[in-house]
Design a protein around this ligand. Sequence first.
Ligand code: ADP
Length: 480
Amino acid sequence: MNILSVASEVFPLVKTGGLADVVGALPAALLPHGIRTRTLVPGYPAVLHKLKKRKAVGGIGNLFGHPATVLAAELDGLDLLVLDQPVLYDRDGGPYLDPTGRDYPDNFRRFAALSLAAAEIAGDDVVAGWKPDIVHVHDWQAALTPVYMRFGSARNMPTVLTIHNIAFQGQFGASIFPELSLPPEAFSMQFVEYYGDVGFLKGGLQTATAITTVSPSYAHEILTPEFGMGMEGLLASRAADLTGIVNGIDVDTWNPETDPHIARNYGPTKIKQRAANREALEERFGLDKSSGPIFCVISRLTWQKGMDLLAEVADDVVARGGKLVVLGSGDRALEGALMAAASRHRGRIGMVTGYDEPLSHLMQAGADAILIPSRFEPCGLTQLYGLRYGCVPIVARTGGLTDTVIDANEAALSARVATGFQFHPVNADGLRLAIRRAMRAYSEPKVWARLQNQGMKSDVSWAKSAERYASLYSGLLAKG
Ligand code: ADP
């Protein structure tokens, strides 16, 4: 079976969040099921620079007024198709934002082009000798693909749309509609029209054959007004086609036994060797060498991620003998609040702003626990890395965090299945209490070691989830 996967980012070429990890890791996990994936991504400079060996395998004569080339390249087992169109993608900033941090004003065109190219690859002879059986698109940036397919020659090919975060919907004023190269009837409730605007994700949710999101709990949550961000009504009408499949992680990249970014490798049976990583972490963040747990945070610094709650409880962590290390960037006010906490508590709280993949590995290997106080979290990856690294997750009870961390309540502790701490309601008091519970457990080395061990034994690989995607795909093909 051949899949065309369509996304605006893919690890290790371009990543701003979990979407890239998923798009980068799923193809290898599907291979044992006889499923071959080609992944179509835009030809940003970062992508083209890293792909030295690439060749043109097709072209689109007129993609919104300019010719585009489809390049093929292989990287770390990924079979990539790159949409090379310099007018749209050769920019100085990131994939979505210019160097000053503003959305590119033509993002609608940049990602409509990605979707239109995908539809043409699926339906026409763009890539000579190759056609997919199913097109699997990710998030709003690729969500117009099934809409374009409806009006093109691949109208009968099954499509899957995966929602990684329903907060991002790609909504634009109606004035862009004439530029999308869609027939007039597409500006209607059945397609892209959304309260008088154009909704990319909305159009995809209307037209994709199947819809998935990245955890079963989030699949339920987005049917409610609290989490559905206005899409709950539409999703309710498609509930029969909606499933939640939890993300896995790349267990080769994230393996404490072989990780090149950490000070000392270790595994479940040599957990004491984490101590060397703890020391390296203390040094890196300028922390004192006192005992007491080190909590870490690796996150976008946003309201969604509950970073204001973290800023509220930071003093309490220190007052109780804990230490805190934060890696992240995002909202300036939150960044400022956390930096202020770090300067109030030099030696106890350390902060690095920015994006640093190797440092994130050392933090998972050296900290005792990872804090994830998200207000909503479709799946979340950092708790999965935490489990694998013996860095005990303390998480808000929401979305994928609910599904992947087993709370250390009495029953779970005595059944020896607990892997972390959950809290609800998601507010500063909830987080503070969860941190206190974790500190009590930390003060009993046997209890803590068991939590770490159970976490390290949990299956966070793609194996089970890949099986679910494989059976979803087969079901779609069987339906014809
Ligand atoms: P989201 O996609 O909503 O940001 P996820 O938990 O699904 O959240 O994925 C975040 C990914 O980005 C993880 O791989 C995490 O390790 C990584 N990450 C987030 N912030 C940073 C940072 N400042 N430096 C390095 N990696 C980061």
